[in-house]
Design a protein around this ligand. Sequence first.
Ligand code: ZN
Length: 287
Amino acid sequence: MRRLVSVLVALASLGFPSTAASAVALRAPGDAVAADAAYAHVRRLAGRIGPRPAGSAAYRRAASYVRGELEALGYEVARQGFPLPQGGRSGNLVARWPGDVEARLLIGAHLDTVPGSPGANDNASGVAVLLDVAAAVAVTGGPPPGLVLVAFGAEEVQPGGQHHLGSDAYVDRMSAGERDVLEMMVSADMIGKVRRYIVGALQGTSRRAARILAGAVRAEGFRASIRELGDISDHGPFALAGMPAAFLWTGWEPNHHEPTDVVRNCRPGALLRGREVLLRLIEERLS
Ligand SMILES: [Zn+2]
C-alpha cells in the first residue's frame, strides 16, 4: 500500500494527471488484499474444482478443501453424513471452536451445486464468506462463544425432487435443548453480487431473524429489503421447525444454475460486504 502510494505520488510529480482514477487506486489496495483472501476460495471451488453436485467426487474434494481450511484455523470440524435419495451419501461440515458447546448463532452456506454449473455465485460466494469470517474471528483468539459454522451438503434439488437435505438432516438431529438454545440461523446463499441485499424470511414464519439480519446489513451502510420467500435455501428447515432463521441473498441473476456461473460471476467486492455484515451480526449477537 505505502509503496503504491509513493509510486502514485511520484507519477503525479512527473506530470501524470491526478485524476479520480488515481484516488480509486489509492483506496483500492487494502480492500483488494482482503477481498483476495475470500476470492481465492471462489477460485478454488468454482474454478479448480468446478461443478460439485451431491454425491460426486468433486463434492468430496470441495468438502475436504473446506475442512482443511477450517481445521488450519483451529476449528473442530465434524462431518454429519446423510443418505441421498438417488443412492450414496453426502455430508455437512460442522465447525465449532474447541470447547464451545452451545450453538447460539449458526451461519451456514451450502457447498454443493447443480450438475454442470461451477456455482461461483451459487454458492461458492457464501462458502467463501463463511471461511473468511471463520478466519477473521479465529485470529483474534477464537470466535465469541456460541458460534457454529456449517457448510451444508445437498441444498440443491436432487433427482426425485427433494432439496435442502443437509439442513434437514442437521435440524433432525438437533435435540429439544439445542433447538431452544439456537437464537438465530442465517443461510448465506448467492451473495456474490454488489447489490441491495434481499433478506428472506420463510413465508408464514416469524420475520424476527430477518429483521435482525437486515439491521446488521444497514448498520454496515448497505441496503436491505426484507421479503417473505418460499423455501428456497437452507434456512427453510430451521424456520419450519420453529427456530429463528433468515436468508442473506443478492437476488436472482441469469447465470444461476448455468454453466456460466463461473468465477468472474462472483464479485470480490460482494465478498467483502458479506464479511462485514456477518462479522457485525456475530459481534451484535454474541459479544
Ligand atoms: Zn444456492
